[in-house]
Design a protein. Structure first.
Length: 414
């Protein structure tokens, strides 16, 4: 089948109002025509230069605007009392959502900028306040062992509880809710949209789901009632109580393990390593499907000792079967002075992790690389062939290698 991605198609898509504002930091828009099957959609997106952000918007949102020109929004419907805080004297509160534990005075907000103390009652200001909503391949998250070849209804609100100097979505993650255009999409509507666009999962992604935990929980509950699962793409920077409350409601979690160095977390992420490692261990004990991404930033977290230490920690604390993705860094936000990660560095990280005994180690953001495929850890046959975000061949049968019958961990079918 030939996919025509001509300028005429782009124009028709624009007229139809089907456009993408995902990954706002890249500043581009990709226009797609509908209806289109999955294979055609992916081929078209790549051909119009969308390889870095293959997604399409299901309910068109206004493009992001700078704070001085953003339209005034009705704030009341987005404000919902937060679930994780304690009240202190003099109308002060202590947030118990993430390890920062912000102490917040009346009429002030926490570090994330999306939670506000109003007279001694703490409110989230981003419940149902969606600033990005798209249909993405689940491989984009990336999840390689969780419903491969399916689509995820992906959404985000403004805000984050860290400040990564390399963030690709900084225009929403580092913004306050009032600074970006948003739509009111309550949990029931989220589930309806996921079903409408034939997505077996809702993905909470792009910014940081921890800061919109209440919305995640309510949307996950609504999704489950409709037979739709929920997956979270997170930095893992969360306290134990909300971790258990939120992740007990979702089905799979991808954690960005940004480094295996606490100094890197403090200097580059504005966070801490220890709580993220504790989150990974807790997810393992909860039995949640989990994958890990490690963005390899040249000169900052690309040393052999760090790769080795992380691989050994994963093996000892999480086991050998958790998928680990070493992904290529592209200059963005506050780290535009650094080069793209050399493929040889990613291959070195991959080889070190494999040598330490991890079974499923991937190289990401390098479409077509052999290390984006899945191989049987016993017979080493290729079982899943990928090309970017597309599944080209799937040989796993009943969760096992068809050649040697080795079980391949993951969730392979809905």
């Amino acid at each position: 089948m030939t996919t025509n991605c001509s300028s005429q198609m782009v124009g028709e898509a624009l007229s139809a109002g089907i456009f993408s504002v995902a990954n706002a930091a890249r500043g581009g828009h990709e226009f797609l025509s509908a209806p289109m099957d999955r294979r055609s959609f992916l081929k078209c997106a790549v051909s119009v230069g969308a390889a870095g952000s293959i997604s399409h918007l299901v309910e068109p949102l206004p493009a992001m605007q700078p704070p001085e020109s953003a339209p005034k929004q009705d704030d009341a419907r987005f404000a919902v009392e937060a679930r994780f805080y304690e009240k202190l004297p003099n109308k002060r509160i202590r947030c118990k959502l993430c390890p920062r534990g912000c102490t917040v005075g009346d009429k002030e907000r926490g570090y994330c900028g999306v939670r506000e103390n109003r007279g001694g009652v703490y409110y989230t200001l981003v419940h149902s306040r969606v600033c990005a909503a798209h249909v993405d391949p689940v491989e984009k998250k990336p999840f390689f062992h969780y419903l491969p070849g399916t689509l995820a209804f992906s959404l985000a609100t403004a805000g984050c509880n860290v400040d990564c100097k390399f963030c690709q979505n900084w225009e929403i993650s580092q913004a306050r809710p009032e600074q970006v255009s948003s739509q009111y999409i309550p949990p029931q509507r989220v589930a309806e949209l996921a079903a409408q666009y034939h997505c077996p999962t809702i993905a909470y992604t792009y910014s940081e789901p921890t800061v919109f935990s209440e919305f995640v929980m309510d949307s996950a509950d609504a999704g489950h009632e409709a037979g739709i699962r929920s997956i979270v793409v997170s930095n893992g920077y969360i306290q134990d109580e909300p971790l258990r409350a939120v992740y007990s409601r979702v089905d799979a979690v991808k954690i960005d393990l940004k480094s295996f160095s606490d100094s890197y977390y403090k200097k580059i992420v504005s966070g801490e390593l220890k709580p993220v490692l504790e989150t990974l261990v807790a997810l393992r004990k909860m039995g949640k499907w989990n994958e890990i991404v490690y963005l390899v930033v040249p000169t900052l977290n690309d040393g052999d000792a760090e790769f080795t230490g992380m691989a050994r920690w994963i093996k000892a604390n999480l086991g050998t079967d958790v998928p680990v993705h070493f992904t290529q860094f592209h200059p963005d936000y506050l780290l535009k002075n650094l080069p793209i990660t050399p493929v040889s560095t990613l291959e070195r990280a991959h080889d070190i992790a494999m040598a330490e005994g991890l079974h499923f180690v991937y190289i990401g953001n390098v479409p077509g690389h052999p290390a984006e495929n899945t191989y049987c850890p016993q017979c080493r046959r290729m079982l899943v062939q990928r090309g970017g975000f597309e599944i080209r061949q799937m040989l796993i049968r009943d969760g096992a290698c068809p050649f040697c019958k080795q079980k391949i961990p993951g969730v392979w079918h809905a």
